[in-house]
Design a protein around this ligand. Structure first.
Ligand code: SF4
Length: 121
């Protein structure tokens, strides 16, 4: 089960993607692009190494998104962010507050997992 923080981030991302999608419909030959990006973001959030303490993804030193997905999400957030204040003000303000929180230290278990992954590469 997800923590409150992760669930809130999932809701926020969903709203941002839908706002963007309304103004930029998916191409006819690739109608599931936004759903795929949303599913990908949920998967990343559910596996976030920081858990409840997660920083804003844009401040995160781990950068767990694939570069292409990260770029898509950046474009969507940049465009939808200001509109969120109008459509979903509470989620928008909480998101802005999260952006200002300092990045916590990576949990020890995750640091060990990253080291092991790096030695295998
Ligand atoms: S980018 Fe960082 S904060 Fe965002 S989900 Fe991935 S590990 Fe968590």
């Amino acid at each position: 089960m997800n923590s409150k923080r992760i669930n809130r981030e999932i809701r926020t991302i969903e709203k941002m993607i839908r706002i963007y999608e309304r103004a930029h419909p998916a191409p006819v030959n690739s109608p599931n692009d936004y759903n795929k990006l949303y599913a990908y973001a949920i998967n990343r959030l559910e596996k976030c190494r920081y858990g409840e303490q997660k920083p804003a993804c844009k401040q995160c030193p781990v950068h767990c998104y694939q570069p292409k997905m990260r770029e898509q999400m950046k474009v969507i957030m940049r465009w939808s962010g200001p509109k969120m204040l109008f459509h979903h003000p509470i989620l928008a303000i909480r998101h802005l507050l999260d952006d200002r929180k300092p990045v916590p230290e990576l949990p020890k278990k995750s640091r060990k997992a990253i080291r092991e992954t790096n030695t295998r590469l």
